[in-house]
Design a protein around this ligand. Structure first.
Ligand SMILES: [Ca+2]
Length: 231
């Protein structure tokens, strides 16, 4: 396992792997948000979405532990505590439908919606595990349109928070994540299972000391198994 963490790649190669297409922010108060760059049909892209938001007006907490503020506040509106991120609900207030006698096992998956050219479909991270840093990787194939995303909510007026959406060219569409020997590896980090497979430990390098991760050097030419922790 340790060997997964020690290979450092030349910075030029990393830049090549992470060629940025564009970055934009999606506001939870807005129905659909879209980028300004057409993603070429059939070409692979890696999307990194980070941040926190709420689909409820801020109130007293009913379950879970919200964060005091959303990471990227909405403009020109009152913001509040963070209850959700791009892929999970990790807390909920008293006026949400979640607040009942039934205890919810948090975090609860709650994916964004993605326009695939025909329908709005659930947009799930390549490695669909809750992350404390609220940053997730997605792999998509371009459809000849700019990326379009929607928040999973119908009543938009009481929402707040923005998500940061970064789009990169992907060197290897088709491998969304790598699993082997109880190890899960994606663009953002490494998780390892316990002996019984019940618990996952985050072995990712920390944000303050980013390094590049690779499964094996000999597989470097494929590009498919490179996974990089963002600085
Ligand atoms: Ca709402």
């Amino acid at each position: 396992m340790k060997s997964l963490l020690k290979l450092l790649l030349p910075l030029s190669l990393v830049s090549g792997l992470m060629a940025e297409v564009e970055t934009f922010y999606a506001d939870a108060k807005v129905g659909a948000s879209q980028g300004s760059t057409v993603l070429e049909a059939g070409k692979g892209y890696r999307i990194v979405i980070s941040g926190t938001w709420s689909k409820w007006a801020d109130q007293n907490v009913c379950g879970g532990t919200p964060e005091d503020t959303v990471r990227f506040p909405s403009e020109d509106t009152e913001n509040g505590k963070a209850y959700m991120d791009p892929a999970f609900i990790f807390a909920y207030p008293v006026k949400s439908s979640f607040c009942s006698d039934v205890e919810h096992d948090l975090p609860v998956p709650s994916s964004l919606l993605y326009w695939n050219g025909t329908d709005w479909v659930a947009f799930n991270p390549s490695l669909n595990e809750y992350r404390n840093d609220h940053t997730y990787e997605y792999i998509v194939e371009g459809i000849g349109e700019a990326l379009q995303l929607r928040f999973p909510d119908n009543l938009l007026e009481d929402n707040y928070g923005q998500l940061k959406i970064e789009i990169f060219e992907s060197p290897s569409i088709g491998v969304s994540y790598y699993t082997h020997n109880k190890v899960k590896l994606d663009f953002l980090g490494v998780l390892q299972a316990s002996e019984d497979g019940e618990e996952w430990t985050d072995l990712s390098p920390q944000p303050e000391s980013p390094i590049v991760i690779s499964a094996e050097e000999k597989e470097s030419n494929t590009g498919s198994l490179y996974r990089v922790r963002r600085p």
